[in-house]
Ligand binder design. Structure first.
Ligand SMILES: Cc1cc2nc3c(=O)[nH]c(=O)nc-3n(C[C@H](O)[C@H](O)[C@H](O)COP(=O)(O)OP(=O)(O)OC[C@H]3O[C@@H](n4cnc5c(N)ncnc54)[C@H](O)[C@@H]3O)c2cc1C
Length: 380
């Protein structure tokens, strides 16, 4: 790990720990979005990891995203997921937006404004190519009709990047301002977990968007999704799961040491040690996979989508298992709200569903491996 990466991780850890202390005992963004937490990240520069340096950011690569998301997730999966979604917006604008569009949004997004990326729709499910939200020409402007579901940061965002389908049956990404006429945010979703991310439905009711708000070119939407979500945010999503899993593992280890029955710590019991061994294996494998993947992606850019998909798929499933085993080690105490494990378990479950589900990631990974003729050499 490079020196600047160590410094970035250290900064993220100290900001996350300060937020944890300030919000005890409820927890950071445990149930509701927190503008205060975002302000703390913006003050430290972390909210701008994915923004380019000339516009107030750090120009962070996937490794930087991973380090920050991991540290935030050790404290709050909702805060970390909100950060990853916001960073994907910055990444898309940095890579594709015109100078004027990037200049309009990126300095504000670096300074604490919130971004959301809206792809999923009621009838599209996990298949982004099945969206029906349409964009039409209307004189100088574009007009958008449709709706998006489950949008992380949706009810708070100052700018929403939305995937739309144009008349030519091509996909495009538009930057839609919070004040755009016809933009309606519906009720907040109440979910099993991750309730701090301000997830909501967004309706575009003849929503008027100036033509110069297209991110990249009309028709470039799937390319924007690939670069900003698959090849960037997927790594961040895996890091959220890893940070969450480690927090669960540490809580279980602490409990196994401290909880005594008839004077004997439960960590002395072989059955408990078997669970600790399993958790350790999953966490160690997740750490190695994710860091190896971001490192290899830098050296071999064409492999990035495969590496990011493999990471998100494996680490998110591992985190569910680790959270489950951690509750088992803690017994009834783990199932109660006195420990944050039950919330972490609920949060972990959602991380196997968002962006692409585990099953779709398996199909994508299999497709990529089959078309390239096999796995990469090891060790690399
Ligand atoms: C925590 C969280 C955060 C989210 N944040 C965002 C966000 O910021 N922006 C956004 O746009 N969306 C967001 N989403 C939505 C998310 O992208 C979708 O939930 C996800 O793509 C799955 O879509 P679905 O829920 O409609 O499931 P469905 O598509 O209905 O899938 C249901 C099941 O069927 C399987 N399935 C569906 N189609 C196929 C197929 N063709 N082949 C094989 N299996 C299939 C799936 O794998 C799954 O097991 C978020 C969701 C969650 C849970």
């Amino acid at each position: 790990m490079r020196q600047e990466q160590r410094l970035l991780q250290g900064l993220a850890r100290s900001v996350a720990e300060e937020l944890r202390e300030a919000s005890a005992p409820e927890g950071v963004m445990a149930e509701v979005f927190s503008r205060g937490a975002v302000a703390a990240l913006a003050d430290s520069g972390l909210w701008a990891v994915a923004c380019p340096p000339p516009l107030g950011g750090m120009g962070g690569d996937p490794a930087a995203l991973v380090l920050v998301a991991y540290e935030l997730a050790r404290v709050s999966a909702s805060l970390a997921l909100s950060f990853v979604a916001h960073s994907s917006v910055c990444r898309a604008l940095d890579a594709f937006a015109s100078e004027a569009l990037a200049g309009r949004y990126l300095p504000a997004l670096a300074a604490g404004a919130v971004g959301a990326f809206a792809v999923h729709e009621p009838d599209s499910g996990v298949m982004s190519a099945a969206i029906t939200t349409r964009v039409e020409n209307s004189g100088e402007d574009l007009v958008v009709h449709g709706s998006k579901f489950f949008v992380t940061n949706g009810s708070e965002a100052e700018v929403i990047l939305a995937l739309v389908r144009s008349e030519e049956n091509l996909f495009s990404v538009l930057a839609i301002d919070e004040s755009a006429p016809g933009l309606v945010r519906s009720h907040l979703d109440r979910r099993m977990g991750l309730n701090g991310v301000a997830s909501c439905e967004i309706v575009f009711a003849e929503c008027v968007v100036p033509r110069n708000q297209v991110v990249g070119q009309l028709g470039q939407g799937m390319e924007v999704l690939k670069r900003a979500l698959i090849e960037y945010a997927f790594f961040g999503a895996a890091a959220v799961s890893l940070g969450l899993a480690e927090a669960c593992f540490e809580a279980a280890l602490r409990h196994a040491r401290e909880r005594t029955i008839q004077g004997t710590p439960i960590g002395e019991q072989q059955a408990v040690r078997l669970m600790i061994g399993e958790m350790d294996g999953l966490v160690a494998a997740s750490r190695a996979l994710l860091w190896g993947a971001v490192t290899r992606a830098r050296e071999s850019p064409p492999q990035t989508a495969l590496l990011a998909s493999q990471s998100k798929r494996f680490v998110s499933e591992a985190a569910v298992r680790v959270a489950d085993r951690a509750i088992q080690v803690c017994g009834g105490h783990g199932y109660c709200q006195e420990l944050p494990l039950e919330r972490r378990y609920r949060d972990a479950r959602g991380l196997t569903l968002h962006y692409k589900t585990t099953e779709i990631l398996s199909l994508d990974v299999a497709g990529m491996l089959l078309s390239q003729g096999g796995t990469a050499p090891w060790p690399t």
